[in-house]
Design a protein around this ligand. Sequence first.
Ligand SMILES: [Ca+2]
Length: 427
Amino acid sequence: MRKKIELALNSAKVITICAIFSACTKEDVKMDNAESASKPTANLIMASAATVSFVAAPNYQLIWSDEFNLAGSFDTARWAYAPRGTVAWNKYLTSSNNYVSQDGSNLLLRMDNATIAGDAVPYHSGGVRSMGKFSIAYGKVEVRAKFTQGQGSWPAIWMMPEPATAHSTGWPACGEIDIMEHVNNEANIHQTIHNSTVTNANGVSTATHAAAYNTAAFNTYSIEWDPSAVKFYVNGALQYTYSKVSSAGWQQYPFDVPFYLILNQAGGAGWPGAITDSNLPFNMQVDYVRVYKLSLLGNGGFEDTSIAPWTSWGGTVSAVTGNARTGTKSIKETGAESSLEQVITGLSPNTTYKFGGYAKVSAAGESVSIGVKNYGGSAVAVPIASTTYSFGSVTFTTGVSNTSATLYFYKPSTGTVYGDDFYLEKQ
Ligand SMILES: [Ca+2]
């Protein structure tokens, strides 16, 4: 598959490769744009040989993805089976690799009416969720998928809050973001917001939009989500915007807490109605899920040829191939006390930001800190001492006249640590 070729290459070569492969798809072009947009070159200021700073510039930083490129079971570090429940979408879910599997290119979620001894339901279907493994508040979520049509079918790509109690234990007040739902033989998909102000007692939302899609092909379904709105896209084209009303409370916009992902094939109950068995099996293939943060810093994924616009001191600090969370590279600090730093300018005064990233240490007892200083307040930092990648973040509010800050990734003593997927986000 074309994207796999590209992902194996460093981003500097992507444009050249696309020129060679004249049949670049629309999706490839999009990916190229996303990558080139994250290049810091245009914003890099070389004030002197010793001083480098980066002018804050919004760019989407990939922080989590699954390309589903292995064959067999799904990655249990990212997903778990969505368990069977008692409501329409989950009543036939079956935790079996007959219904959730990977074929080396895609995640495959199936639905059929096979008889399973000891499980006397008329249908079985597959679904996974990232609950307890990954959730996100704000950013861009993009899913490339293809699914069959048929009477009674209901594939879905959607998000629910984590924890469920973040705002309300009750649905629809807790909120729901439906990136893609399709029913039966319709020529369109549905993108929908649920909360207590838009969803009625029958579960029907007024905050919904039906969008055309390429029925026989893979399509990309995505959202761009920030504190003011959730925007829905199909194949990169904006379809629908749900905006926060500034005077309203969380009930109108419960989308200020983390949400996790659900991918599932459902059917035979609720919205689509009964299944016409001759239309079975149904399936949804998912090529990838990619999640980005709208980040203001440069080279947060360390995929570039140098560490710029980061600088370093102490020990040995370098971008290395391997130990990556996303992409192919990570930042490594080894040897004596050391730090990776990025001076970021162009921030707004008296404004709150979050600096986040993922880190791990090589051995128990070691530690590394994600922190910020020189922003107009006391330095703040959070230590990470896990031997597997763990998330850490600090929030800080710039001083009344401060427009810059120094972000750092500091290792206080000997040892080896890795970091990846750093971002700076306006709060
Ligand atoms: Ca990386």
